[in-house]
Design a protein around this ligand. Structure first.
Ligand SMILES: Nc1ncnc2c1ncn2[C@@H]1O[C@H](COP(=O)(O)OP(=O)(O)OP(=O)(O)O)[C@@H](O)[C@H]1O
Length: 306
């Protein structure tokens, strides 16, 4: 079996009588972009705080590159870069001055590495302006640059796109994807956004109420076997009859003049064509994501993941 770069074994954290992380056992392999997915309050941040040694587990253990976080903290953490909560940055320094400051603190970071990380997070254009003028996305990218200074083999990121607009989210996703590809960094990323994990990660663990629900390949766990489209038509009874006869249709549900169709493959155009050829006017046609969210509700026992 492949070795785990990050491994938790029955990791548990209780605050008073409340169990926030409950017997969590997960394994992240080298080169994974691993999504740690769960609704707000599922215990993601608490897990990450244990992974980076900010708090101690109540029981169980966590290892990074085979080294135990509790028993061998300094060695376990030496190849880890992390952003937990908001990165601490100095607003009256420029981005570059912040990086120089953090490089000095960590000791053995040379000037070339500072230039490299600026490029990796795509902040070349704004690196010499003060951080107080940065957008949230730019601050996150500077935080990421700081986490990269020591050339980590493992990056642990707690909701790095939280609060960003869609463009800012996309930039962070692109940067993270690029880091995994070119720098060969294994990445652990928490999120409550299903679509984000779907777009970015190859592996996923889904947590709810501190418990692992399932872990595995994103493709096999999150990708639907069928797609869904809603159609509005002039004659829904006739449309239903026609659609049900088509080989790639899995299900047809009629609600007045609105029809929800589950279909396999790439057949929206064919669905449209079949209806039009049978003289059914299609007044509206829209792809929907309904099932994925339904699937999640099922998995998390009714808790919504956006
Ligand atoms: N120090 C603490 N003392 C008591 N309860 C805590 C503490 N830290 C976290 N909790 C509780 O543990 C639960 C899980 O919190 P955690 O922040 O780990 O969840 P999360 O999945 O990261 O969600 P979010 O995205 O909302 O931060 C929450 O109910 C929270 O109130």
């Amino acid at each position: 079996m492949e070795k785990c770069v990050i491994e938790t074994t029955q990791l548990t954290k209780q605050f008073g009588k409340t169990t926030v992380v409950n017997n969590l056992s997960i394994c992240i392999n080298e080169g994974d972009i691993f999504g740690f997915l769960g609704p707000n309050g599922a215990g993601k941040t608490t897990t990450i705080r244990m992974l980076v040694g900010l708090i101690a587990p109540t029981s169980g253990s966590a290892k990074i590159l085979g080294k135990d976080i509790q028993a061998d903290f300094v060695n376990a953490i030496q190849d880890v870069g992390a952003i937990v909560e908001n990165p601490e940055l100095y607003p009256f320094y420029t981005g570059r001055q912040n990086l120089i400051h953090f490089a000095k603190l960590s000791g053995d970071v040379d000037k070339e590495r500072i230039e490299e990380v600026i490029k990796l997070v795509r902040l070349e254009n704004r690196i010499d302006t003060k951080v107080k003028t940065y957008s949230l996305g730019m601050r996150q990218r500077l935080g990421l640059a700081q986490a990269l200074l020591n050339k980590p083999k493992v990056l642990i990121l707690d909701e790095p796109t939280n609060g960003l607009d869609p463009q800012g989210m996309k930039e962070i996703r692109q940067i993270i994807g690029h880091l995994a590809d070119t720098e060969k960094i294994t990445i652990f990323i928490s999120s409550h956004l299903l679509h984000e994990i779907e777009q970015l990660c190859n592996k996923v663990a889904i947590v709810s109420n501190g418990k692992l629900i399932v872990q595995g390949d994103v493709k096999s766990l999150l990708t639907k076997e069928y797609q869904e489209v809603t159609i509005e038509v002039s004659d829904s009874d006739k449309a239903k009859h026609i659609l049900k006869a088509l080989p790639y249709i899995q299900d047809v549900v009629v609600d007045e003049n609105k029809i929800t169709v589950k279909y396999s493959g790439d057949s929206v155009a064919q669905i449209n064509k079949a209806l039009v050829l049978a003289d059914v006017d299609v007044t509206h046609l829209a792809a929907s994501n309904g099932n994925l969210e339904d699937y999640f509700l099922e998995l998390t026992g009714g808790e919504v993941i956006a």
